[in-house]
Design a protein around this ligand. Structure first.
Ligand SMILES: Cc1cc2nc3c(=O)[nH]c(=O)nc-3n(C[C@H](O)[C@H](O)[C@H](O)COP(=O)(O)OP(=O)(O)OC[C@H]3O[C@@H](n4cnc5c(N)ncnc54)[C@H](O)[C@@H]3O)c2cc1C
Length: 423
């Protein structure tokens, strides 16, 4: 039996609107996400985690709440949340169900990247007009029918890290493309209505280039789309991230989520786009801390109401967790607040540092929560055990894994663009 979250008094906003100078509109949207997370996501999280099933009912309810269209621009009928507001709302969902928040991120990015980010990037007037018309079709599917988009990019090679062109290829044919390839860790596989696939447009005899990356929405029901393999991972089990096999799938040109060349442009000019996996894990860090405080106070539903807060060792552990959480929040809030086109070198380094800190610290805080609360706290009737497993996944997520962040910070801090040590 999962703990009753409604009776927990631990869900003050992660970022208090006054302290973090949020506008009323931002605060309202974020509060809506928090209330939704607590009321709807938390009670369903344990069973989907246990069975590794996708929480499709959460997405149906998100449609009713307008959360599927949170980043659809207002001119297209959506809520028009910006990057920062989205990140803060996603962190609130992550507190209650990591898998749902992470899957929601895949969906929302299809609207954020084609919406606010694309509006920030240069493109010809003709491309801009064609893009507006195409994205309106995608947004109408979401607004009218609750369509769900996913984001399968990873292939198991160097492409998802940004090193080489995607091996999944789109061959131009009359009216569209024939897409062939294989995507691993395709969260929402079997549940999404459209797979937002990154692939390389390649004509006969042409070399593969990252500049020719296409971002296509492939209908789940299209001929040649198949979900393969099983899904029985350590954490984030309800994302159901199985393998997507694409065998010469015909995709009409209207399914382009970004015009030609714009994904490559976004990846180089709007690098904070890759920070969007981090909010979920910030929410998990907050959840692990909140759990510990409630547990030590003897107020955790589902656990014995024994107080353990009087022991100095517990107080020191909570103080350390608090400091680590506040450090992480401060850095992350700064990074998501300054996301923009063409950021400075210091802003990019800060984004890597924020991503690294959230992903590593979320798990460190969850691990300390288990050590501090003790054996009974890691039983599966309580949420901490799931938080601990889910939090382990953050550092592994491309393109900004913890190792890649370290690698880039070290190199980019020491070398200016084009500098080498050759004499
Ligand atoms: C729960 C979950 C859900 C996911 N959902 C999605 C999804 O919806 N869509 C999607 O596209 N992907 C998704 N992923 C996949 C994820 O982003 C990674 O692609 C995946 O974890 C990579 O696994 P791998 O073993 O192939 O990593 P590898 O590519 O083998 O890398 C292993 C490690 O080597 C290091 N490394 C790799 N390349 C470099 C480099 N160039 N420089 C320095 N170090 C490097 C990294 O630290 C990396 O962690 C998901 C992953 C998880 C855990």
């Amino acid at each position: 039996m999962q703990a009753d979250f409604d009776s927990l008094d631990t869900d003050a906003p992660i970022f208090a609107p006054g302290a973090f100078r949020l506008s009323d509109r931002e605060a309202d949207l974020i509060a809506k996400a928090r209330r939704f997370g607590r009321r709807v996501l938390a009670p369903r999280a344990a069973s989907h985690d246990r069975d590794a099933t996708f929480p499709i009912e959460n997405f149906r309810d998100m449609h009713d709440e307008g959360l599927l269209s949170i980043c659809v621009p207002r001119e297209h009928g959506g809520t028009g949340a910006d990057f920062k507001t989205y990140c803060l709302a996603a962190a609130e969902l992550g507190r209650y169900c990591g898998s749902t928040a992470l899957s929601w991120n895949m969906h929302v990015c299809s609207t954020l990247w084609s919406g606010a980010l694309a509006d920030d990037l240069e493109m010809s007037a003709a491309d801009r007009d064609a893009h507006r018309a195409r994205r309106d079709m995608h947004y109408r599917r979401i607004l009218d029918n609750g369509a769900i988009y996913s984001q399968p990019f990873s292939e198991g090679g160097a492409a998802a890290a940004g090193g080489v062109a995607f091996g999944t290829e789109a061959r131009p044919v009359d009216g569209g493309f024939l897409v062939k390839g294989r995507k691993i860790f395709a969260s929402l596989s079997g549940a999404a209505d459209y797979y937002g696939v990154l692939c390389t447009e390649r004509r006969e005899g042409e070399a593969a280039s990252r500049r020719n990356t296409l971002y296509l929405a492939i209908p789940a029901g299209a001929t040649g789309v198949r979900v393969a393999g099983d899904w029985d991972p350590l954490g984030m089990r309800a994302t159901v991230s199985r393998t997507l096999v694409l065998s010469d799938v015909f995709v009409p040109e209207s399914e382009m989520l970004l015009p030609r060349g714009v994904y490559f442009l976004a990846a180089t000019r709007w690098p904070h786009m890759f920070l969007t996996l981090s909010p979920t894990y910030l929410g998990l860090a907050q959840a692990a801390y909140d759990f510990t405080v409630a547990y030590l106070r003897g107020e955790m539903p589902g656990a014995l109401s024994v107080k353990r807060r009087m022991f100095p060792t517990k107080q020191i552990a909570v103080a350390e967790m608090h400091i680590q959480l506040e450090q992480t929040k401060a850095l992350w809030f700064q990074a998501v607040s300054e996301a923009c086109a063409n950021p400075s070198k210091q802003q990019i380094l800060r984004a890597y540092a924020a991503q690294f800190s959230v992903m590593e610290n979320a798990h460190a805080i969850a691990a300390k929560a288990i050590r501090t609360c003790g054996g009974q706290a890691m039983l599966k009737n309580l949420a901490l055990e799931r938080i601990y497993r889910d939090s382990r996944c953050g550092s592994l997520m491309l393109p900004w894994t913890a190792e890649i962040c370290l690698d880039r910070i070290g190199r980019e801090a020491l070398y200016e663009t084009g500098e080498t040590d050759e004499q």
